[in-house]
Design a binder for this molecule. Structure first.
Ligand code: PLI
Length: 458
């Protein structure tokens, strides 16, 4: 297997702090066994997220100095708009300060109580925003996408039969839009094939339903298409992206991922009526339509980032680095979700700590162990994030997968850092029986994993 070396060199460095086992033991207890509550300076390798954590290039930093901070009509907006149109192809480009605002604005004008919004798998903010508007968020990924052992090149694919059954069951009038998340973050960073995108598009359009992409990691998805789907080997990432988006009617985008910036996002649409309504709301909650909650310099950095992320040398390194971490873990016998996705390696917590039952949050327990033993911060994608209580029966519905995501920030960590992570996790795996389950002592009504406090179960 090929793991290309870094197609960049380092111009600026940031000091990392190492902490002692005792200090981390105290910090995690004080944080209520929730790594979101730990000060970042007390983390050695931060794999909490690949969102907003990228290292910008010298070209992007130079772009910041060209920020035009005019309230209206900033030149950076026009560069941003032109760049988004040239890659994504959608007519109306609405900047937002991050992805979830694009979701909120879109659903505010399209979704009403009692509606249904299917997706391959909704990301947590997308699900929460759909539910906040009184609608049902349905996950319709192929069954293979939920099996951590199934090797399939496009495990993020939409199950077209499930989707058609849903459309028939609820009726197209209750489905204001269908979403496709590329790559499918909550299912392991798995890509969606061009064929599946085309067929999903044909299906939903047959029923008059628009298709909206959650495009956060579109370039990584396009790289997988190039690598794995017949007919795309000789196409550029830009050509693949243009074809992919041509099948949809718009997208929400968190530029904090494949925009290679620390803040920013947008909503891009073809429907003029929706765009007008969203723009009016944008002025109310985010800002004037040519800045949408961002500074001019941020728009410039996004425009430059969106061009850089299409570079195949960058993507080959990026996908290769994540894959390398996965291979090292597999070699050490650590259970991971396969194949390795685009932005992260996911540990399979059910198999890592089989002695911890689902109601004691096995993936969160493993996340705590990674911090306590090695100063590594990962994120739980399991019961703490997704288990739901039925409002009528009070019964708790648990997610099928219990994962710990090791998300790799873009252009930030070296191969040696990856080796440290793999060796540390291999050591923890050797003494996995010592890891204890957790119970919740505080939780918020929405997105509880961000602020929950827990304690260890003896
Ligand atoms: O964090 P935002 O609001 O810029 O973007 C929200 C968002 C939407 N969709 C998907 C697929 C995401 O992955 C996503 C954010 N992801 C985060 C923060 C993550 O850690 O994966």
């Amino acid at each position: 297997m090929e793991f290309p070396s870094e197609p960049f060199k380092i111009k600026v460095v940031e000091r990392l702090q190492k902490t002692s086992r005792e200090e981390r033991d105290r910090l995690i207890r004080e944080a209520g066994y929730n790594v979101f509550r730990i000060p970042a300076e007390k983390i050695y390798i931060d794999l909490l997220t690949d969102s907003g954590t990228s290292a910008m290039s010298d070209n992007q930093w130079a772009g910041l100095m060209l920020g035009d901070e005019s309230y209206a009509g900033s030149r950076n907006f026009f560069h941003f708009e032109e760049t988004v149109r040239s890659i994504f192809g959608f007519q109306y480009v609405i900047p937002t300060h991050q992805g979830r605002v694009a979701e909120n604005l879109l659903f505010s004008v399209t979704v009403k109580k009692g509606d249904v919004v299917p997706n391959n798998i909704h990301f947590d903010t997308t699900r929460a925003n759909v539910e906040y508007h009184g609608a049902l968020a349905l996950d319709q990924v192929i069954d293979k996408g939920l099996d951590p052992h199934e090797i399939h090149p496009f495990k993020g694919n939409m199950d077209l039969d499930k989707l058609e059954r849903t459309i028939k069951e609820y009726g197209p009038e209750r489905i204001p839009l269908v979403m496709l998340t590329i790559t499918n973050n909550s299912g392991g960073g798995q890509p969606v094939s061009m064929e599946n995108i085309r067929k999903t598009s044909e299906l939903v359009h047959r029923y008059g339903i628009p298709l909206i992409f959650d495009a956060c990691r579109f370039a990584e998805n396009c790289y997988f298409i190039k690598e794995r789907e017949p007919g795309y080997q000789n196409k550029s990432i830009l050509e693949i992206a243009r074809e992919l988006f041509s099948y949809g009617d718009g997208c929400t985008m968190s530029a904090k991922k494949d925009g290679l910036v620390n803040i920013g996002g947008f909503l891009a649409l073809n429907n003029r009526d929706w765009a007008e309504k969203v723009t009016n709301l944008l002025i109310l909650v985010e800002g004037f339509p040519t800045y949408g909650g961002l500074a001019g310099r941020d728009l410039e950095a996004i425009a430059r980032g969106l061009k850089e992320v299409l570079d195949e040398d960058y993507l080959a390194f990026r996908i290769g680095q994540v894959r390398y971490l996965g291979e090292m873990l597999k070699d050490a016998g650590v259970p991971i979700l396969e194949p390795v996705g685009g932005h992260a390696v996911y540990l399979n917590a059910r198999e890592f700590v089989p002695h911890i039952p689902q109601e004691q949050f096995p993936a969160q327990a493993l996340t705590v162990a990674l911090y306590r033993e090695a100063g590594i911060r990962a994120v739980e994608i399991g019961s703490l994030m997704f288990a739901q209580k039925d409002p009528e029966t009070g019964e708790v519905r648990y997610p099928k997968l219990e994962l710990v995501r090791l998300a790799i920030p873009r252009r930030v960590y070296t191969t040696q850092h990856m080796i440290y992570v793999a060796e540390s996790i291999a050591k923890i795996y050797q003494k996995r029986d010592e890891i204890k389950g957790l119970r919740i002592v505080y939780e918020a009504p929405y997105l509880r994993h961000f602020t929950a406090k827990l304690e260890e179960v003896d």
